[in-house]
Ligand binder design. Structure first.
Ligand SMILES: NC(=O)c1ccc[n+]([C@@H]2O[C@H](COP(=O)([O-])OP(=O)(O)OC[C@H]3O[C@@H](n4cnc5c(N)ncnc54)[C@H](OP(=O)(O)O)[C@@H]3O)[C@@H](O)[C@H]2O)c1
Length: 254
């Protein structure tokens, strides 16, 4: 199947590592020009070099903290200018607010939710010009299932992103812009949070593996395929959708 991504322009917020990185790399393999940001300059520069080696066309990267309103807006504006437009916006970064404190609530709200709002506001004019525009928020199954930890900001802000994706889809469908949210379950990749858990708490990790029908965690590549398909022209009839990408980890019907 042709995803229709050749020559498209894509931006990944939080793209130097993890699911955002696997997504940026796959977008590149499918023929996209790509812009990405993260806080760490070294990580951004390394990612840009690797992406340049993968495909053709522009690659733009810059260090930006998505908790910072102005830095977020500046990155998005510069990225769109450098790419010469935008078709695909993907927000994959998180404040990972897994413990409740005033600071964690604020950071989670800023990084997960408000960075998405600010990026969308900056990107709307370019997305309206696109003939294949999509916005994709990377959420978490913690937005629909309680995983047993004490109450924290993580799930609630991811749930807010799902509601916001629907608002965007309903509002901007008339402009040809789709918006969706994808919720991963537990995803393993080298150097990621679950890789650390596997090393530091193998018993807990084995329990999580056992709880997933396929007997293992998802991988970064597997998530990237779902994200890229959803964001691509091939995923056109996915709109205002919440996609549970958890390999059946959450034992619910929908
Ligand atoms: N991995 C999982 O099992 C899992 C499960 C469910 C949901 N998710 C969701 O999937 C998304 C990606 O998770 P991941 O595990 O791939 O994360 P990760 O490995 O920690 O990577 C996060 C990426 O975002 C960047 N980033 C983090 N905070 C940022 C900030 N304030 N400003 C700019 N960039 C920032 C990081 O680079 P810097 O650190 O250099 O900024 C990195 O490039 C998140 O939204 C997460 O909630 C992941």
């Amino acid at each position: 199947m042709d995803l229709g991504l050749e020559g498209k322009k894509a931006m990944v917020l939080g793209g130097s590592r993890g699911i955002g990185w696997y997504t940026a790399e796959l977008l590149r393999r499918e023929g996209c020009a790509v812009a990405l940001c993260a806080r760490g300059k070294e990580g951004v520069d390394g990612a840009v070099e690797k992406l340049k080696a993968v495909g053709k066309g522009t690659v733009f990267g810059d260090a930006a903290d998505l908790a910072d309103a102005e830095a977020t807006r500046v990155f998005v504006r510069n990225g769109i200018e450098t790419l010469g437009g935008l078709d695909i916006l993907i927000h994959s970064a998180s404040g990972f607010g897994l413990a409740a404190s005033e600071e964690n609530w604020q950071r989670s709200f800023d990084v997960d939710m408000m960075a998405g709002v600010r990026a969308v506001e900056e990107a709307l004019p370019a997305l309206k010009e696109s003939d294949a525009a999509s916005i994709t928020f990377i959420g978490s199954m913690a937005s629909k299932f309680h995983f047993g930890r004490p109450a924290s900001p993580y799930g609630p802000v991811k749930a807010a992103m799902r509601a916001y994706a629907n608002e965007l889809a309903q509002t901007y469908g008339k402009d040809g812009i789709r918006a969706n949210a994808i919720s991963p379950g537990a995803v393993w990749f080298p150097g990621g949070a679950w890789d650390r858990t596997k090393r530091d708490n193998p018993k807990f990790y084995a329990g999580v593996e056992k709880s997933i029908p396929l007997g293992r965690l998802g991988t970064g590549e597997e998530l990237a395929r779902i994200i890229v398909f959803t964001a691509s022209p091939a995923g056109l009839w996915l709109n205002a959708a919440h996609i549970c990408a958890d390999g059946g980890q959450v034992k619910a019907v929908d």
